[in-house]
Design a protein around this ligand. Structure first.
Ligand code: SF4
Length: 60
């Protein structure tokens, strides 16, 4: 997982979750991507941070 400083917002639960990935653009912006979104439409591909509650959370 990337550092909260690079995300621009504290990630909350996503920062501790096994499903979190980070994407960095060529311009240097970093986004946190939810790996569950690919197979479960309940989850946003790019969750609004910080996430305080999530049914898909699994600790790393
Ligand atoms: S499952 Fe929930 S807590 Fe985990 S990365 Fe996705 S949105 Fe974040």
């Amino acid at each position: 997982m990337t550092s909260p400083e690079r995300l621009g917002a504290p990630p909350g639960l996503c920062g501790l979750c096994v499903h979190a990935r980070s994407n960095t653009t060529r311009r240097g912006s970093t986004f946190l991507r939810c790996g569950r979104a690919a197979t479960d439409e309940r989850f946003a591909k790019y969750p609004t941070l910080p996430v305080f509650s999530c049914p898909g959370f699994e600790p790393r």
